[in-house]
Design a protein around this ligand. Structure first.
Ligand code: PEP
Ligand code: CO
Length: 468
């Protein structure tokens, strides 16, 4: 997945007994004195201690050198020289960590990335909401069904989805299971992205398969251009063997601070703490309080980090976040993941982007067009319309272009499977399909075809902007 020379693997990445050092690194436990939003109420303290102790002694899932490579890639994106694609489930599940489902998701992301690379005329930094996206924030602690009240589902790293007392109790052993599931998922990601599966020619032939459906005829011209570009590369003698391997990074919401703390290690090259559960971690819309535990913890670790910015964000809040999370204004350190809603983004975002720019800060800006566009369908399912999603992406590009900011990427909830959870698309999904093919445990995801259609729409929009 990564060039070893660049990673400097000759240096032992986390010392011999990885957990030591992180135990008494100054400030790493300050978050415990602060307000911890969305914290689970674990049912057994001894099990909690045992589980965290186990996690403090397991091998890291990612290496500090890889995390540093990602920071450089994101710095390129912040500087307008790359585009970022983050995609995956709203909530991964343990049962969903199968070879078929994981490969379908990777394949979807690679196919989207190939289209976006052409549209943006720049490298696309590929990241999965994968191999650790197990914890969910909830607006309500309790859920009531038929007069029975039980704790809300908080992602399989905390409790089970089944509506029973036993399943819904907060079980700390689930954190250990989440670690092992992340490890096997990441192992397959590493195999797929280095073993030839990700070869650009293969990805291109998958995209031709997608385009053979007449429903997508409106993208024929763009698809033909991409095909010509690939054939030109081939004719010009491009080294396709070098394109057999792609960099693919992992990302998740750092919601469960106990878990992240237990997987934090001191990098022996730099002596600095890294979260080793994932390359990239972000702070969600519900936990971005400036004096809260999540902002404090992520301010102390070295990974590149993101913060979701919802429609109520002010310029002052954005600047406080920058000052706390990226005081040195280090390129690639901080990504703002904007999720305002299609109806709101054009009003709310300009002042924030302008204000941040006026202060001389240059975070990476990417759009999450999913979380501000969730609606309830007539038959009661939580859903999103592809047209609203695309409308928010367009709004994001418009605002970024008007403020002279690079629209740096996309953050999408998607799956590689043929589910019916979001509405619309050229092969249209409507509510009637939900009873059969609605599988998500939390938020609705674009299915494989809707994801690719979105990539084509975004590529068209980017190509138009760059032709201006
Ligand atoms: C999510 O990404 O699934 C999520 C909960 O997002 P947000 O924090 O933006 O609501
Ligand atoms: Co979600």
């Amino acid at each position: 997945m990564f060039d070893t020379a660049e990673n400097n693997l000759a240096v032992e990445p986390f010392g011999t007994t990885h957990s030591q050092g992180a135990a008494d690194y100054p400030g790493l436990d300050e978050w415990r004195n602060l307000d911890v939003q969305q914290a689970p109420q674990w049912y057994d303290q001894q099990l909690l201690e045992d589980s965290l102790n186990e996690l403090s002694n397991v091998p890291p899932l990612v290496f500090a050198g890889e995390v540093d490579v990602l920071r450089e890639r994101l710095a390129d994106a912040a500087a307008g020289k790359a585009f970022v694609l983050q995609g995956g489930d709203c909530a991964e599940t343990f049962a969903g960590a199968t070879a078929n489902k994981i490969s379908a998701r990777i394949r979807t992301i690679l196919q989207m990335a190939a289209v976006l690379t052409y549209g943006a005329s720049m490298p696309v930094v590929k990241m999965g909401r994968m191999a650790g996206q197990f914890a969910k924030p909830r607006s309500s602690n309790m859920e009531v069904r038929d007069g029975v009240e039980l704790p809300s589902f908080r992602g399989e790293i905390v409790n089970g989805f089944d509506f029973t007392e036993e399943s819904r109790r907060h079980d700390p052993r689930r954190m250990v299971q989440a670690y092992h599931t992340s490890a096997s998922t990441l192992n397959l990601i590493r195999a797929f992205t280095t073993g030839g599966f990700a070869d650009l020619r293969t990805v291109h032939s998958w995209n031709k398969g997608f385009m053979s459906n007449p429903a997508y005829a409106r993208f024929d011209e763009l698809a033909a251009e991409i095909d010509r570009a690939v054939r030109f590369m081939e004719a010009a003698g491009a080294d396709f063997n070098a394109l057999r391997t792609v960099e693919f990074f992992s990302a998740h919401e750092a919601l469960l601070l106990e878990y992240e703390r237990a997987l934090t290690r001191i990098d022996s090259r730099t002596g600095l703490p890294y979260i080793t559960s994932s390359h990239f971690v972000w702070i969600g819309e519900r936990t971005r309080q400036i004096d809260g535990a999540h902002v404090d913890y992520l301010s102390r670790i070295r990974n590149p980090i993101g913060v979701k910015l919802g429609p109520t964000t002010t310029v002052d809040q954005a600047m406080e976040l920058i000052d706390k999370l990226d005081p040195n204004r280090e390129p690639g350190r901080l990504t703002f993941i904007v999720r305002m809603g299609a109806n709101t983004i054009r009003e709310q975002l300009p002042a924030i982007m302008d204000g941040v720019k006026a202060e001389g800060a240059t975070p990476l800006w990417i759009t999450d067009p999913m979380h501000g566009n969730t609606i309830t369908a007539a038959n009661g399912y939580k859903t999103r319309r592809l047209e609203d999603i695309m409308n928010e992406v367009r709004g994001f590009f418009e605002v970024a272009n008007a403020t002279g900011t690079h629209p740096g990427g996309l953050h999408i909830e998607l799956t590689g499977d043929d589910v019916a959870e979001c509405l619309g698309g050229s092969v249209a999904i409507d509510e009637s399909a939900f009873d059969e093919r609605y599988e998500t445990l939390v938020d609705p995801r674009l299915n494989h075809q809707q994801s690719l259609e979105l990539a084509f729409l975004v590529a068209e929009s980017l190509a138009k902007d760059s032709a201006k």
